[in-house]
Design a protein around this ligand. Structure first.
Ligand code: AMP
Length: 422
Protein backbone atom coordinates (compact mmCIF):
# COMPACT_ATOMS: atom_id res chain seq x y z
CA UNK A 1 0.00 0.00 0.00
CA UNK A 2 1.33 3.41 -0.96
CA UNK A 3 1.75 5.92 1.84
CA UNK A 4 -0.84 8.73 1.93
CA UNK A 5 0.38 12.22 2.67
CA UNK A 6 -1.27 15.37 3.90
CA UNK A 7 -0.22 19.02 3.94
CA UNK A 8 1.88 20.11 6.92
CA UNK A 9 -0.12 21.37 9.92
CA UNK A 10 -0.98 25.05 9.60
CA UNK A 11 -0.65 25.06 5.80
CA UNK A 12 -3.23 24.53 3.06
CA UNK A 13 -3.64 23.99 -0.65
CA UNK A 14 -5.36 26.67 -2.68
CA UNK A 15 -7.62 24.57 -4.88
CA UNK A 16 -9.15 25.56 -8.24
CA UNK A 17 -12.53 26.34 -6.67
CA UNK A 18 -10.81 29.11 -4.71
CA UNK A 19 -7.73 30.06 -6.70
CA UNK A 20 -9.66 32.49 -8.89
CA UNK A 21 -10.61 34.39 -5.74
CA UNK A 22 -6.92 34.76 -4.87
CA UNK A 23 -6.18 35.91 -8.40
CA UNK A 24 -8.94 38.49 -8.15
CA UNK A 25 -7.67 39.92 -4.87
CA UNK A 26 -4.10 40.07 -6.23
CA UNK A 27 -5.34 41.81 -9.35
CA UNK A 28 -7.23 44.45 -7.36
CA UNK A 29 -4.19 44.95 -5.12
CA UNK A 30 -1.91 45.45 -8.14
CA UNK A 31 -4.39 47.94 -9.61
CA UNK A 32 -4.43 50.00 -6.42
CA UNK A 33 -0.61 49.79 -6.30
CA UNK A 34 -0.48 51.24 -9.81
CA UNK A 35 -2.91 54.02 -8.89
CA UNK A 36 -0.74 54.96 -5.91
CA UNK A 37 2.44 54.53 -8.00
CA UNK A 38 4.08 51.62 -6.15
CA UNK A 39 6.36 49.16 -8.01
CA UNK A 40 6.66 45.48 -7.26
CA UNK A 41 9.72 44.02 -5.53
CA UNK A 42 10.29 40.28 -5.19
CA UNK A 43 12.78 39.00 -2.61
CA UNK A 44 13.71 35.38 -1.76
CA UNK A 45 11.55 33.49 0.71
CA UNK A 46 14.60 32.82 2.89
CA UNK A 47 17.22 35.20 4.21
CA UNK A 48 20.17 35.12 6.58
CA UNK A 49 18.68 34.71 10.06
CA UNK A 50 20.32 37.97 11.15
CA UNK A 51 18.17 39.96 8.72
CA UNK A 52 15.22 39.27 11.03
CA UNK A 53 16.97 38.91 14.37
CA UNK A 54 18.56 42.35 14.18
CA UNK A 55 15.52 44.20 12.88
CA UNK A 56 12.28 42.50 13.91
CA UNK A 57 14.04 42.12 17.21
CA UNK A 58 14.76 39.97 20.20
CA UNK A 59 11.63 40.91 22.13
CA UNK A 60 9.22 39.95 19.33
CA UNK A 61 7.31 36.67 19.28
CA UNK A 62 8.29 36.28 15.66
CA UNK A 63 11.99 36.04 16.37
CA UNK A 64 11.78 34.49 19.82
CA UNK A 65 9.36 31.70 19.08
CA UNK A 66 8.05 31.57 15.55
CA UNK A 67 10.87 31.57 13.06
CA UNK A 68 11.55 28.55 10.85
CA UNK A 69 15.33 28.33 11.05
CA UNK A 70 17.63 26.02 9.15
CA UNK A 71 21.24 25.56 8.21
CA UNK A 72 22.36 24.90 4.66
CA UNK A 73 25.01 22.33 3.74
CA UNK A 74 27.78 24.78 4.58
CA UNK A 75 26.35 25.42 8.03
CA UNK A 76 25.11 28.94 7.23
CA UNK A 77 22.09 30.12 9.24
CA UNK A 78 18.95 30.97 7.32
CA UNK A 79 15.30 31.56 8.15
CA UNK A 80 12.12 31.32 6.10
CA UNK A 81 10.92 34.90 6.04
CA UNK A 82 8.34 35.60 8.79
CA UNK A 83 7.56 39.07 7.40
CA UNK A 84 8.31 41.24 4.39
CA UNK A 85 9.71 44.57 5.61
CA UNK A 86 13.16 43.41 6.74
CA UNK A 87 13.93 41.68 3.39
CA UNK A 88 12.74 44.75 1.46
CA UNK A 89 14.96 47.05 3.52
CA UNK A 90 17.88 44.59 3.12
CA UNK A 91 17.37 44.78 -0.65
CA UNK A 92 16.89 48.57 -0.60
CA UNK A 93 20.31 48.97 1.03
CA UNK A 94 22.07 46.22 -0.95
CA UNK A 95 20.86 47.59 -4.31
CA UNK A 96 21.16 51.30 -3.45
CA UNK A 97 17.53 51.83 -4.34
CA UNK A 98 17.54 55.17 -2.53
CA UNK A 99 20.44 56.49 -4.57
CA UNK A 100 18.39 58.80 -6.77
CA UNK A 101 16.78 60.46 -3.76
CA UNK A 102 13.05 60.94 -3.33
CA UNK A 103 10.78 58.19 -2.16
CA UNK A 104 11.13 54.53 -3.07
CA UNK A 105 7.62 53.06 -3.24
CA UNK A 106 7.50 49.28 -3.27
CA UNK A 107 4.91 46.53 -2.96
CA UNK A 108 5.29 42.79 -2.48
CA UNK A 109 3.09 39.71 -2.53
CA UNK A 110 4.04 36.27 -1.30
CA UNK A 111 4.17 33.60 1.38
CA UNK A 112 5.45 34.22 4.92
CA UNK A 113 6.19 31.57 7.56
CA UNK A 114 5.59 31.61 11.29
CA UNK A 115 5.58 28.65 13.64
CA UNK A 116 2.53 29.54 15.71
CA UNK A 117 -0.49 27.60 16.97
CA UNK A 118 -2.78 27.34 13.93
CA UNK A 119 -6.36 28.60 14.28
CA UNK A 120 -8.96 30.36 12.16
CA UNK A 121 -7.14 33.19 10.36
CA UNK A 122 -3.71 32.07 11.59
CA UNK A 123 -1.52 29.72 9.60
CA UNK A 124 2.11 28.62 9.52
CA UNK A 125 2.43 29.49 5.87
CA UNK A 126 0.30 32.49 4.98
CA UNK A 127 0.27 35.00 2.14
CA UNK A 128 0.84 38.68 2.59
CA UNK A 129 0.45 41.76 0.46
CA UNK A 130 2.49 44.70 1.66
CA UNK A 131 3.75 48.15 0.73
CA UNK A 132 6.72 50.25 1.82
CA UNK A 133 7.56 53.91 1.26
CA UNK A 134 11.23 54.49 2.06
CA UNK A 135 12.66 58.00 2.03
CA UNK A 136 10.39 60.41 3.87
CA UNK A 137 9.33 61.28 7.38
CA UNK A 138 6.57 63.53 6.10
CA UNK A 139 3.21 62.85 7.82
CA UNK A 140 1.66 63.25 4.38
CA UNK A 141 3.28 59.90 3.50
CA UNK A 142 1.93 58.21 6.65
CA UNK A 143 -1.53 59.29 5.58
CA UNK A 144 -0.89 58.11 2.01
CA UNK A 145 0.15 54.63 3.20
CA UNK A 146 -2.96 54.40 5.37
CA UNK A 147 -5.08 55.70 2.49
CA UNK A 148 -3.76 52.89 0.29
CA UNK A 149 -5.03 50.31 2.78
CA UNK A 150 -8.38 52.06 2.98
CA UNK A 151 -8.66 52.32 -0.82
CA UNK A 152 -7.76 48.64 -1.28
CA UNK A 153 -10.28 47.29 1.25
CA UNK A 154 -12.95 49.64 -0.11
CA UNK A 155 -12.29 48.68 -3.72
CA UNK A 156 -12.88 45.04 -2.76
CA UNK A 157 -16.30 46.12 -1.55
CA UNK A 158 -15.63 45.62 2.17
CA UNK A 159 -17.56 47.85 4.55
CA UNK A 160 -17.25 46.35 8.03
CA UNK A 161 -13.65 47.24 8.72
CA UNK A 162 -12.31 49.82 11.13
CA UNK A 163 -9.11 51.80 11.09
CA UNK A 164 -7.28 52.39 14.36
CA UNK A 165 -4.19 54.54 14.60
CA UNK A 166 -1.68 55.45 17.28
CA UNK A 167 1.70 57.03 17.73
CA UNK A 168 4.21 55.01 19.70
CA UNK A 169 6.68 57.90 19.62
CA UNK A 170 10.39 57.85 18.93
CA UNK A 171 13.30 56.73 21.09
CA UNK A 172 13.31 60.18 22.68
CA UNK A 173 9.69 59.92 23.92
CA UNK A 174 10.08 56.26 24.78
CA UNK A 175 12.67 56.86 27.48
CA UNK A 176 10.24 58.49 29.89
CA UNK A 177 7.30 56.41 28.74
CA UNK A 178 9.10 53.08 29.19
CA UNK A 179 10.15 54.21 32.64
CA UNK A 180 6.53 55.06 33.49
CA UNK A 181 5.41 51.65 32.23
CA UNK A 182 8.03 49.80 34.27
CA UNK A 183 6.94 51.73 37.38
CA UNK A 184 3.28 50.98 36.67
CA UNK A 185 3.63 47.28 35.87
CA UNK A 186 6.34 46.20 38.32
CA UNK A 187 4.05 45.94 41.40
CA UNK A 188 1.60 43.87 39.28
CA UNK A 189 4.04 41.45 37.69
CA UNK A 190 3.12 38.52 39.96
CA UNK A 191 -0.39 38.66 38.45
CA UNK A 192 0.89 38.77 34.87
CA UNK A 193 1.95 36.07 32.41
CA UNK A 194 5.51 34.83 31.92
CA UNK A 195 5.84 36.64 28.56
CA UNK A 196 4.99 39.96 30.20
CA UNK A 197 7.44 39.24 33.01
CA UNK A 198 10.14 38.69 30.46
CA UNK A 199 9.28 41.62 28.21
CA UNK A 200 9.10 44.25 30.91
CA UNK A 201 12.85 44.82 30.65
CA UNK A 202 13.24 44.36 26.89
CA UNK A 203 10.23 46.23 25.53
CA UNK A 204 7.71 47.33 28.18
CA UNK A 205 5.27 48.63 25.51
CA UNK A 206 4.54 45.03 24.58
CA UNK A 207 2.76 44.59 27.93
CA UNK A 208 0.05 46.86 26.56
CA UNK A 209 -1.06 44.44 23.85
CA UNK A 210 -0.82 41.11 25.72
CA UNK A 211 -3.93 39.03 24.97
CA UNK A 212 -4.00 37.15 28.32
CA UNK A 213 -7.18 38.38 30.10
CA UNK A 214 -5.55 39.03 33.50
CA UNK A 215 -2.75 41.02 31.81
CA UNK A 216 -5.29 42.94 29.73
CA UNK A 217 -7.14 43.91 32.89
CA UNK A 218 -3.97 45.37 34.41
CA UNK A 219 -2.86 47.05 31.15
CA UNK A 220 -6.21 48.83 30.95
CA UNK A 221 -5.13 51.55 33.38
CA UNK A 222 -1.50 51.82 32.26
CA UNK A 223 -0.05 55.26 31.41
CA UNK A 224 -1.06 56.55 27.97
CA UNK A 225 1.68 56.83 25.35
CA UNK A 226 0.08 59.87 23.75
CA UNK A 227 0.70 61.88 26.92
CA UNK A 228 4.43 61.19 26.62
CA UNK A 229 4.98 62.20 22.99
CA UNK A 230 7.59 64.88 22.44
CA UNK A 231 6.82 68.00 20.44
CA UNK A 232 7.94 66.54 17.10
CA UNK A 233 6.02 63.26 17.46
CA UNK A 234 2.92 65.04 18.72
CA UNK A 235 2.87 67.42 15.75
CA UNK A 236 3.58 64.56 13.34
CA UNK A 237 0.68 62.52 14.69
CA UNK A 238 -1.68 65.51 14.60
CA UNK A 239 -0.79 66.10 10.94
CA UNK A 240 -1.35 62.45 10.01
CA UNK A 241 -4.85 62.79 11.46
CA UNK A 242 -5.43 66.05 9.64
CA UNK A 243 -4.55 64.49 6.27
CA UNK A 244 -6.79 61.49 6.97
CA UNK A 245 -9.63 63.87 7.78
CA UNK A 246 -9.00 65.76 4.54
CA UNK A 247 -9.41 62.48 2.65
CA UNK A 248 -12.58 61.64 4.61
CA UNK A 249 -11.01 58.43 5.90
CA UNK A 250 -12.69 57.50 9.18
CA UNK A 251 -10.39 56.35 12.02
CA UNK A 252 -10.20 55.95 15.76
CA UNK A 253 -7.17 56.76 17.90
CA UNK A 254 -6.30 53.71 19.99
CA UNK A 255 -3.34 54.24 22.33
CA UNK A 256 -3.13 50.46 22.95
CA UNK A 257 -1.78 49.68 19.48
CA UNK A 258 1.92 48.99 19.87
CA UNK A 259 2.63 46.44 17.08
CA UNK A 260 4.72 43.40 17.95
CA UNK A 261 7.95 44.19 16.12
CA UNK A 262 10.87 46.14 17.55
CA UNK A 263 11.54 48.33 14.53
CA UNK A 264 8.39 50.45 14.73
CA UNK A 265 8.21 54.08 15.88
CA UNK A 266 5.86 57.05 15.54
CA UNK A 267 2.73 56.09 13.53
CA UNK A 268 1.28 52.61 14.08
CA UNK A 269 -2.06 51.47 12.68
CA UNK A 270 -4.33 48.52 12.09
CA UNK A 271 -7.34 47.80 9.94
CA UNK A 272 -9.62 45.47 11.91
CA UNK A 273 -12.61 43.36 11.03
CA UNK A 274 -14.35 42.61 14.29
CA UNK A 275 -16.45 39.85 12.72
CA UNK A 276 -13.34 37.73 12.31
CA UNK A 277 -13.02 36.65 15.95
CA UNK A 278 -9.68 36.50 17.75
CA UNK A 279 -7.52 37.03 14.65
CA UNK A 280 -9.22 40.26 13.66
CA UNK A 281 -6.34 42.31 12.20
CA UNK A 282 -6.65 42.57 8.43
CA UNK A 283 -3.69 44.91 7.98
CA UNK A 284 -0.98 46.09 10.35
CA UNK A 285 1.57 48.76 9.68
CA UNK A 286 3.72 51.55 10.96
CA UNK A 287 6.74 53.75 10.65
CA UNK A 288 10.25 52.35 10.94
CA UNK A 289 12.62 55.32 10.90
CA UNK A 290 16.11 54.00 11.70
CA UNK A 291 15.67 50.57 10.13
CA UNK A 292 17.58 51.42 6.94
CA UNK A 293 20.50 52.63 9.06
CA UNK A 294 20.39 49.40 11.05
CA UNK A 295 20.95 47.57 7.77
CA UNK A 296 24.02 49.65 7.03
CA UNK A 297 22.33 52.23 4.80
CA UNK A 298 22.30 55.97 5.36
CA UNK A 299 19.70 57.18 7.77
CA UNK A 300 16.46 57.02 5.77
CA UNK A 301 12.93 57.03 7.24
CA UNK A 302 10.32 54.55 6.09
CA UNK A 303 6.73 53.42 6.63
CA UNK A 304 4.65 50.50 5.38
CA UNK A 305 1.98 47.92 6.07
CA UNK A 306 1.26 44.25 5.51
CA UNK A 307 -1.98 42.33 5.36
CA UNK A 308 -2.86 38.66 5.09
CA UNK A 309 -4.82 37.27 2.16
CA UNK A 310 -6.49 34.53 4.23
CA UNK A 311 -8.24 36.93 6.59
CA UNK A 312 -9.14 39.20 3.72
CA UNK A 313 -10.85 36.31 1.91
CA UNK A 314 -12.65 35.35 5.14
CA UNK A 315 -13.89 38.94 5.48
CA UNK A 316 -15.01 39.03 1.86
CA UNK A 317 -16.88 35.76 2.26
CA UNK A 318 -18.53 36.91 5.48
CA UNK A 319 -19.67 40.15 3.86
CA UNK A 320 -20.72 38.34 0.70
CA UNK A 321 -18.81 40.64 -1.67
CA UNK A 322 -18.00 39.61 -5.23
CA UNK A 323 -14.80 37.84 -6.26
CA UNK A 324 -15.18 38.88 -9.88
CA UNK A 325 -16.26 36.49 -12.57
CA UNK A 326 -15.87 32.77 -11.98
CA UNK A 327 -13.54 31.43 -14.64
CA UNK A 328 -15.31 29.40 -17.31
CA UNK A 329 -15.10 29.04 -21.08
CA UNK A 330 -17.24 31.23 -23.36
CA UNK A 331 -17.99 28.41 -25.75
CA UNK A 332 -18.09 24.62 -25.69
CA UNK A 333 -17.69 22.70 -28.94
CA UNK A 334 -19.75 19.62 -29.75
CA UNK A 335 -18.31 17.73 -32.74
CA UNK A 336 -20.00 14.69 -34.28
CA UNK A 337 -17.79 12.20 -36.12
CA UNK A 338 -14.08 11.87 -36.86
CA UNK A 339 -13.94 14.56 -39.55
CA UNK A 340 -15.59 17.06 -37.19
CA UNK A 341 -13.09 16.17 -34.49
CA UNK A 342 -10.22 16.93 -36.86
CA UNK A 343 -11.74 20.29 -37.83
CA UNK A 344 -12.24 21.04 -34.14
CA UNK A 345 -8.49 20.83 -33.47
CA UNK A 346 -7.93 23.85 -35.73
CA UNK A 347 -11.14 25.63 -34.72
CA UNK A 348 -10.33 25.44 -31.00
CA UNK A 349 -6.84 26.79 -31.60
CA UNK A 350 -8.18 29.70 -33.70
CA UNK A 351 -10.82 30.61 -31.13
CA UNK A 352 -8.39 30.44 -28.21
CA UNK A 353 -5.66 32.45 -29.90
CA UNK A 354 -8.25 35.10 -30.83
CA UNK A 355 -9.19 35.69 -27.21
CA UNK A 356 -12.22 33.39 -26.98
CA UNK A 357 -12.16 30.95 -24.07
CA UNK A 358 -13.11 27.65 -25.69
CA UNK A 359 -13.40 24.05 -24.50
CA UNK A 360 -13.98 20.63 -26.07
CA UNK A 361 -13.95 17.10 -24.69
CA UNK A 362 -12.37 14.64 -27.16
CA UNK A 363 -13.25 11.64 -24.95
CA UNK A 364 -17.01 12.01 -25.39
CA UNK A 365 -18.35 10.59 -28.66
CA UNK A 366 -22.15 10.80 -28.86
CA UNK A 367 -24.12 14.01 -29.34
CA UNK A 368 -25.94 13.36 -26.06
CA UNK A 369 -22.76 12.86 -24.02
CA UNK A 370 -21.19 15.98 -25.52
CA UNK A 371 -24.28 18.15 -24.94
CA UNK A 372 -24.28 16.96 -21.33
CA UNK A 373 -20.63 17.96 -21.00
CA UNK A 374 -21.49 21.37 -22.49
CA UNK A 375 -24.33 21.83 -19.97
CA UNK A 376 -21.96 21.01 -17.13
CA UNK A 377 -19.48 23.68 -18.20
CA UNK A 378 -22.32 26.27 -18.11
CA UNK A 379 -20.87 28.15 -21.07
CA UNK A 380 -22.89 30.91 -22.71
CA UNK A 381 -22.62 29.28 -26.15
CA UNK A 382 -22.33 25.79 -27.58
CA UNK A 383 -20.96 25.31 -31.10
CA UNK A 384 -22.24 22.24 -32.91
CA UNK A 385 -20.37 20.74 -35.83
CA UNK A 386 -21.94 17.76 -37.65
CA UNK A 387 -21.77 16.33 -41.18
CA UNK A 388 -24.24 18.87 -42.60
CA UNK A 389 -22.29 21.81 -41.25
CA UNK A 390 -18.98 20.38 -42.47
CA UNK A 391 -20.46 20.14 -45.96
CA UNK A 392 -21.70 23.75 -45.80
CA UNK A 393 -18.55 25.18 -44.18
CA UNK A 394 -20.72 26.44 -41.35
CA UNK A 395 -21.35 25.76 -37.68
CA UNK A 396 -24.38 25.96 -35.39
CA UNK A 397 -24.23 28.42 -32.54
CA UNK A 398 -26.60 27.70 -29.68
CA UNK A 399 -27.21 30.30 -26.97
CA UNK A 400 -27.59 28.12 -23.90
CA UNK A 401 -29.94 30.24 -21.78
CA UNK A 402 -32.52 31.02 -24.48
CA UNK A 403 -31.92 27.80 -26.43
CA UNK A 404 -31.86 29.88 -29.66
CA UNK A 405 -29.81 28.46 -32.53
CA UNK A 406 -28.38 29.96 -35.68
CA UNK A 407 -26.10 28.76 -38.43
CA UNK A 408 -22.96 30.80 -39.05
CA UNK A 409 -20.39 30.58 -41.89
CA UNK A 410 -17.22 29.18 -40.31
CA UNK A 411 -14.94 31.93 -41.61
CA UNK A 412 -17.13 34.52 -39.82
CA UNK A 413 -17.22 32.64 -36.51
CA UNK A 414 -14.32 34.35 -34.76
CA UNK A 415 -15.46 37.92 -35.48
CA UNK A 416 -19.08 36.98 -34.75
CA UNK A 417 -18.16 35.61 -31.30
CA UNK A 418 -15.79 38.48 -30.57
CA UNK A 419 -18.67 40.90 -31.22
CA UNK A 420 -21.11 38.91 -29.08
CA UNK A 421 -18.67 38.67 -26.17
CA UNK A 422 -17.57 42.29 -26.23
P1 AMP B 1 2.01 41.39 11.31
O1 AMP B 1 3.27 41.37 10.52
O2 AMP B 1 2.00 40.36 12.42
O3 AMP B 1 1.57 42.73 11.73
O4 AMP B 1 0.88 40.87 10.32
C1 AMP B 1 0.32 41.67 9.31
C2 AMP B 1 -0.91 40.98 8.80
O5 AMP B 1 -0.57 39.70 8.27
C3 AMP B 1 -1.95 40.66 9.86
O6 AMP B 1 -2.77 41.76 10.05
C4 AMP B 1 -2.67 39.49 9.25
O7 AMP B 1 -3.62 39.91 8.29
C5 AMP B 1 -1.57 38.75 8.54
N1 AMP B 1 -0.99 37.65 9.37
C6 AMP B 1 -0.01 37.73 10.28
N2 AMP B 1 0.28 36.53 10.78
C7 AMP B 1 -0.54 35.65 10.19
C8 AMP B 1 -0.73 34.23 10.27
N3 AMP B 1 0.02 33.47 11.07
N4 AMP B 1 -1.68 33.66 9.49
C9 AMP B 1 -2.44 34.42 8.66
N5 AMP B 1 -2.30 35.75 8.54
C10 AMP B 1 -1.36 36.36 9.29
Amino acid sequence: MAEKYSVPRGTFDILPADSYKWQYVKKVFSEVAAQFNFQEIVTPIFEQTDVFERSVGGSSDIVQKEMYRFQDKKGRNFALRPEGTAPVVRSFVENNLGMTGGNTKLFYLGPMFRYDRPQKGRYRQFYQYGIENIGSDNPFIDAEIIAFGYAFLSKLGLKNFELEINSIGCSNCSKDYNQALVEYFTPNLDKMCSDCNERINKNPKRLLDCKVPSCKEIAKDAPNMLEYLDEDCRTHFAQVQEYLNLMNIPFKVNPRIVRGLDYYNKTAFEFLDNNLGAQNALIGGGRYNGLVEQFGGKDTPGIGFAGGFERLLLSMETEGVSFGEEPKPNVFIVAIGEKAKQLTAKLLFDLRTNGIKAEYNPDKESLKAQMKAADKEKTRFTLILGEDEIAKNSIILKEMISGEQQEIPREKLVTFLQDKLR
